[in-house]
Write a protein that binds this ligand. Structure first.
Ligand SMILES: *[C@@H]1O[C@H](CO)[C@@H](O)[C@H](O)[C@H]1NC(C)=O
Ligand SMILES: *[C@@H]1O[C@H](CO)[C@@H](O)[C@H](O)[C@H]1NC(C)=O
Length: 214
């Protein structure tokens, strides 16, 4: 009975925190959440990007596109991997990863969106482990990871991760530096300025504010 409970629990958790396995499902999830429109990006993924949030205890939380996560599961900077045993082509070279909040301060009035929660380049895939190639970056991020922090009372925000093939211009870019405000960012404009093209892949999470203390 106990074993059955444990098995059932892992199956349920496995479903909740399973990674993406289908490019079509990811594309449809982006469409359903109006992300291509709201972020002004063309999103026809050819690569499955896996985002995983390490936890202080227990297994990483692997992101399935559109999943809502408790804020306290997003505290530790996520890792990025490319799924290499699933659908999609196996890309080569160097990659840029961005994470943006489309809904700040609220989805109804996103006047300070996008908030740049991460922007990093020079990511290269490490050797496959279990069908995943971990992306490892050789240089510090342009914009370090910021934990989702929607204000009290807000509906959950959409936090979008996008993977781009890195351009020659990326490492010399001056559009975003250490002192550039993270607010009012535009990933589509940045991609244009730096010549990144359309994203190769991506995923997203929803995170709401911490519930007020009782
Ligand atoms: C994380 O937040 C959830 C509610 O969103 C709460 O139930 C849970 O106890 C929290 N976990 C920790 C470790 O604080
Ligand atoms: C972001 O930039 C794109 C150009 O790439 C533009 O079409 C879009 O209107 C911009 N979004 C905002 C909110 O300014």
């Amino acid at each position: 009975m106990r074993l059955l409970t444990i098995l059932t629990t892992s199956v349920i958790l496995g479903l909740v925190y399973a990674q993406d396995v289908s490019l079509t499902q990811v594309r449809q999830a982006f469409q359903a959440a109006r992300i291509p429109t709201d972020a002004s990006v063309v999103f026809n993924p050819s690569v499955l990007l896996e985002v995983a949030f390490p936890q202080a205890t227990g297994p990483d939380v692997r992101v399935k596109a559109g999943v809502q996560l408790p804020r306290n599961k997003t505290a530790i900077p996520p890792t990025f991997s490319i799924v290499v045993n699933g659908p999609g082509r196996r890309p080569r070279g160097e990659f840029v990863v961005a994470m943006v909040d489309l809904d700040a301060p609220t989805p109804q009035t996103p006047t300070s969106a996008q908030i740049r929660h991460f922007l990093g380049g020079n990511f290269t895939p490490l050797r496959d482990r279990g069908g995943l190639a971990l992306l490892s970056n050789s240089t510090p991020a342009v914009s370090g990871f910021l934990q989702p922090t929607p204000p009290a009372g807000s509906d959950p925000h959409r936090y979008v991760f996008l993977l781009f093939q890195q351009s020659k211009a990326f490492n010399g870019q001056t559009f975003v530096g250490p002192t550039t405000s993270v607010a009012k960012f535009n990933i589509s404009l940045f991609a244009q300025e730096v010549g990144l093209g359309n994203p190769l892949g991506g995923t997203f999470i929803r995170v709401g504010p911490d519930s007020p203390a009782a």
